[in-house]
Design a protein around this ligand. Structure first.
Ligand code: GLU
Length: 493
């Protein structure tokens, strides 16, 4: 199989939103496929009818699209293949490789209790194996339609168990991330491949569907390592070509345990709503578990040409929000302001125009351009803009250094000069004017710029004052500076 063009898949279960760990698995699959000119496919694992929800499916598909991870073929919907799963299961039964199990939950629990008492592993005791079936048929009847005599309760229908081959020996595979992994077959038992209500189990359907989709490489989270030996046995029993396996390490929280909601947001859409850019999250997630020297920022094309599973780390990687913020700010910095505006309106706050009515779209785009150099996310920019629409009052301590007759005079002259020529002053001219004024009054530039900054934003830290002056608009800016002069004059006495 490995000589063919690779075919990989991402197989989410629509039982929740797309998790960052799932997104990273999808990204690794996608990069692997793109690097080798292979196919990246999608399979929706929706056989858990109770927990699968259409809204989660929509949310997962939207998150994948946002990250630019399109499937090369129409997605395979697992629940639509139930008949085929049943057919394959019957084939295993017919060939003596699987069997019907009539054991009731109570029976299994008492067997487990016995095993606990004797200190052995909790494995199915093989009660319904074909060679032990005399007793069971008697109890349950062939179709389990009647309650059996003799005390034992028959569960409705029957579960189907895979019959562990006697000759399985140690099960090994050459994992493309971890190297050779060997599992002692003694650790396995005759595992269930279909529940008594007829629903096939994960390990069975995943093999049936991966083979159907001709998947050559299975790249998935490390939490599935324990499933792989069972799947290998199923591949052998069903006579399917064996794919290669690669298990990627977990994403960890700061405590070193698997990343959980307690540590950070875990859903991709939460990052989208916070105003992380898809390319930035993509870049960050790739670096979380894969490296190419010390390089941190990559174009997608670079990632496609550089990505190799052999460079995926074996150890889990800690999710570092500070670093993600840095990566995002780098991407915002380089992005087009209008594109950032579109992203902000679409995902972070569609009501921005209503919440900051002072500004029209072109001004918002200009303000984004000013704030993107200082913020980590579009949400932070959005908050700055809403504040700018109606700034809070600065604290007395922040204003205190400017409560001097000199500052007031300086601000008054600035206002008078600008008002004397009612036009849009370019930033350079405002700067020249400011410099001239401070020189004529024998003071320093910050003594003019800082009170203007406070007047315009209510804050002591903000982008360049004259850029802001123009983005806010001459009229509004002058109004705010005049209010500040008034406030300073009132509080000086
Ligand atoms: N639906 C499984 C999951 O979400 C897929 C596992 C696999 O890739 O085999 O974990």
């Amino acid at each position: 199989m490995s000589n063919q063009t690779p075919r990989v898949r991402f197989a989410p279960s629509p039982t929740g939103h797309l998790h960052v760990g799932g997104a990273r698995a999808a990204i690794f699959n996608w990069l692997f496929a793109r690097h080798l000119n292979g196919a990246f496919l999608l399979r929706i694992e929706d056989t858990d009818r109770e927990r699968s929800k259409p809204e989660y499916l929509q949310s997962i598909l939207a998150a994948l699209e946002w990250l630019g991870l399109a499937s090369d073929e129409p997605p395979v919907i697992q629940s639509e293949r139930l008949d085929e799963h049943k057919r394959l299961m019957q084939k295993l039964i017919d060939e003596g490789k699987a069997y019907k199990c009539y054991c009731s939950v109570q029976e299994l629990e008492s067997a487990k209790e016995q095993e606990i008492e004797t200190g052995s592993v909790l494995k199915y005791p093989g009660t319904c194996r074909p060679e032990n079936m005399g007793r069971k048929k008697e109890l349950a009847g062939p179709d389990c339609s009647s309650k059996p005599e003799g005390g034992d309760e028959c569960i409705e229908g029957y579960a189907i168990r895979f019959k562990l081959p006697f000759s399985s020996g140690p099960i090994s595979w050459d994992d493309l991330v971890h190297g050779t992994i060997t599992v002692d077959a003694d650790q396995l038992d005759d595992f269930i491949i279909a529940r008594s209500d007829g629903t096939p189990m994960y390990n069975f359907v995943v093999v049936a569907d991966d083979a159907y989709m001709n998947i050559s490489h299975i790249i998935r989270g490390e939490e599935h390592i324990s499933n792989t030996p069972k799947q290998i046995l199923l591949y052998q029993a069903l006579g399917f070509a064996m794919p290669r396996f690669a298990h990627i390490p977990l994403i960890l929280g700061p405590s070193g345990k698997k990343l959980s909601k307690r540590d950070n947001a875990v859903a991709v859409i939460d990052y989208q709503k916070e105003g992380y850019l898809p390319e930035a999250l993509f870049n960050y997630l790739v670096r979380l578990g894969w490296s190419h020297g010390d390089q941190e920022l990559f174009t997608r094309q670079e990632l496609i040409s550089l990505f190799a599973l052999s460079d995926v780390n074996k150890k889990g990687a800690i999710f570092d929000l500070v670093k993600l913020n840095w990566v995002n700010s780098q991407y915002m910095h380089a992005a087009d302001n209008a594109a950032l505006y579109a992203e902000l309106i679409k995902y972070v706050d569609s009501d921005l125009l209503q919440k900051a009515p002072l500004f029209k779209e072109p001004q918002l785009i200009e303000l984004i351009g000013l704030y993107k150099k200082r913020c980590h996310t579009l949400k932070e920019i959005r908050d700055e803009i809403v504040n700018l629409n109606e700034p809070g009052t600065p604290s007395p301590a922040e204003l205190q250094p400017f409560q001097t007759p000199e500052t007031i005079a300086l601000l008054e002259q600035f206002v008078a000069r600008v008002e004397s020529e009612p036009r849009q002053w370019p930033v350079v001219e405002l700067t020249t004017l400011g410099k001239k004024l401070v020189a004529s009054m024998n003071t320093k530039f910050p003594n003019l710029a800082q009170p203007i900054r406070i007047a315009l934003t209510g804050k002591t830290a903000a982008p360049g004052v004259f850029e802001l002056f123009n983005a806010i608009g001459t009229q509004e800016s002058l109004k705010r500076i005049k209010q500040c002069i008034e406030h300073l004059s009132r509080t000086i006495e």
